[in-house]
Design a protein around this ligand. Sequence first.
Ligand code: SAM
Length: 306
Amino acid sequence: MTNHSHPHPDATDESALAEMLDLDAEVLDGHLAEVADWLGELTADRPPRRILDLGCGTGTGTFTLLRRFEEAEATAVDRSPHMLHHLRARAEEAGVAYRVRTVQADLDDTWPAVGTPDLVWASASLHHTADPDRVLSEVLTALRPGGLLALVEAESFLPHFLPDTDDGPAHPGGDHGAGGTAPVPPGLEARCHAALAEVHERDVPLLGSDWGALLARAGFTVAAERHFAIDLRPPLPASAGRYAQATLRRLRSHLGDRLSEDDLAALDALADDTGPLSVLCRGDLTVRTARTVWAARRPEPGTAPR
Ligand SMILES: C[S@@+](CC[C@H](N)C(=O)[O-])C[C@H]1O[C@@H](n2cnc3c(N)ncnc32)[C@H](O)[C@@H]1O
């Protein structure tokens, strides 16, 4: 399998990522609850007691699953001390610290001591590993027989925040559209997505992998692959504006050299704290994106994986 490891992000980037992940969890809480309920149905015969969150970040999966499975405890693994510190603080705040154990480990190194989980959650993390085949094989070995892995991948870390009318055909330098609260260059989001796709193709080639095939190859039985379309429309809570701002600021810092001056200026105006274009002030903000969840089981002894 490919051997592509990524440099560890610096502290500023980690803080920006942590802020974005927390807002993502807050804004998409309805979607996360829906996924957790679905996992509840898939594990109804034996609700999970031991949960493992791989590449947990700030704990979106950990907290979502602890809410859904009230008897469960979670082990949250990440290579980033910053993320784990943040997650522990959130656990204290939510009064669930006694149900959470954090483990700092790089999944590209030796498999950490995480016991025998009933349910493993890996969201937007396995595409960062150097050898997902190896990690999946470790997950399979760690899971109790019959246990479930929920592997989650997002369509993009950049949802569509602007209304369709602002996201016309990609032709830089055209007339500014009239849709929305204030105009932005037509096609801005489309150009951002295209530039992001180029960067990801270079830096995160595992994004968009056929995870179902990888899971089957590792020996899992893929119970289901479910696509969740997220389509939040106005009026949205203020957290949606902060989520858009954090995402666009991060995008701006990663795509700075791939966008025109006009587009960069528009991104700056959208991500500004004030002003007519600011996503904090717009009444027409949307959050449109999609996530796919693969639910895969470790086969029970005597049953062949399908
Ligand atoms: C995009 S974030 C997703 C966080 C969280 N799962 C979520 O859905 O909000 C990816 C996380 O994976 C972690 N990560 C990336 N590569 C890793 C590795 N090799 N070992 C452990 N954690 C890793 C990063 O530190 C980061 O917290």
